[in-house]
Design a protein. Sequence first.
Length: 217
Amino acid sequence: MAVGRSRPVHRAAQADAFDKIGDRYDEAFPYKGGQIASAEWILRKLRPGARVLDVGCGTGVPTARQFVEAGCEVTGIDISPVMISIAAQNVPEADLHLLDVVELDDTLGRFDAVAAYFSLSMLRREEIMASLLRLHEILVPGGWLGLGMVEMDMDDAPVRVLGTPMRMTGYGRAALRAVVQEAGFSVREQMDLAYVPASENDPFEMQLFLNCRRNTF
């Protein structure tokens, strides 16, 4: 397991927030059908042994495990040491790195697919665009992106998740598609899913899943 470097204060605060909820996350958010379906769609496009990057891999469940069990070579990155530690237990076959997506470069190589389910929601809008452009760079030509975000029109707004303060960003449906397309991806499929968390303290949300292909410009 590789260790990342020091980071800006606002990103360190997000890491601390996820450290606090890591051991409760899967119990509070057990219904991940949309995420699983999006990853399955991506899997159908990949050859055996494809390289997959899980951005914000969290506990490794379900996405990193899903790709590993399908025979992919999986690399996971996350900003939270607690999440990375849990993922190492859940998916020991994955190559895990304590690394923020905003720090991502070509050190890890290129990938056939990237999964980014809700991790980009923890960034500011300018960081989201920069990260999408970076993911475009590390994907092979024609590579695939599975993206999940919560539908909401706000930028770096204060929220509570499992009672823990953090900050989140979102877009409306049309705006999210426009951002993804501006970053050099074509949207091949979109799924919208109404989601009610298991914890009554966390609100209803509309989840947006975009399955995308890297344009070759």
